[in-house]
Write a protein that binds this ligand. Structure first.
Ligand code: HEC
Length: 207
């Protein structure tokens, strides 16, 4: 027997659909807002950042720093995708930015391509966040965190912010853009306020 679907049933379905869809959309927009979580003054270790936007890899190898670089050795740096969009549009870091620096050891110094510094194991994780609500009194509203253990063999689950003198002071003195060392991140340099051009390959010029 054929089952009749009344227009009333369809209206009800559309209505439920709208509620579900509307709810999902608002959850997504809340989640897209910030990619970090601070509980009782401690930043919870962020996850998923290797799927954010990669901006560059400074390297301070131990063998060029008396055997013990402050942040050994490669630093793979990522910014959250919403803050990247904002950077492309405005050339500024939004309130709510998080930048991750994942430390990777020098694994090998020779490859078939030549002598060099090649990435080995992961050995640490640092982060900085810009938030007017969490850091109302910090310079530029940035705070700095380390999840690296002293032996560089594991990561902590949470981290307390360092005092401004320990981290921020050096960033304030030498970083090119709002406490961030954009001079060492070619992706951020090329992307600053550049809109679509920030995404690469749109010009025959190398920039
Ligand atoms: C003596 C100067 C100096 C001090 C002190 C310092 N940094 Fe940095 N930091 C740098 C430089 C230079 C870079 C970029 C190049 C690099 O990674 O080597 C950087 C980059 C970073 C980045 C990537 C985002 C950015 O702003 O460029 C994070 C995260 C970071 N540092 C965390 C920390 C933390 C946490 C501390 C305190 C424990 C700290 N830094 C102390 C010089 C410093």
């Amino acid at each position: 027997m054929e089952r009749k679907i009344s227009s009333k049933t369809i209206r009800r379905c559309l209505c439920i659909g709208a509620i579900l869809f509307g709810g999902a959309a608002s959850i997504t927009s809340v989640m897209a807002e910030e990619y970090f979580n601070v509980v009782d003054g401690e930043l919870q270790r962020p996850t998923g950042y290797r799927e954010w936007v990669y901006v560059g890899t400074p390297v301070t190898p131990n063998d060029m720093n008396n055997g013990k670089a402050a942040f050994p050795e490669h630093h793979n740096v990522y910014i959250d995708p919403t803050s990247w969009s904002h950077w492309k549009k405005t050339g500024e870091f939004r309130d709510g930015t998080i930048i991750i620096k994942e430390l990777v050891a020098v694994g090998s110094k020779a490859a078939v391509s030549g002598a060099g510094y090649f990435q080995g194991d992961f050995i640490g994780l640092e982060a900085t966040i810009k938030s007017t609500s969490i850091n109302p009194n910090e310079p530029g509203n940035w705070s700095y965190y380390s999840f690296s253990t002293p032996d560089h063999k594991s990561l902590t689950d949470t981290a307390k912010a360092f005092p401004a003198a320990a981290c921020n002071a050096c960033h304030a003195a030498a970083a090119a853009d709002d406490f961030v060392f954009t001079q060492y991140y070619p992706v951020l340099r090329a992307g600053k306020g550049a809109g679509t051009l920030a995404t690469g390959g749109h010009s025959s010029m190398l920039k």
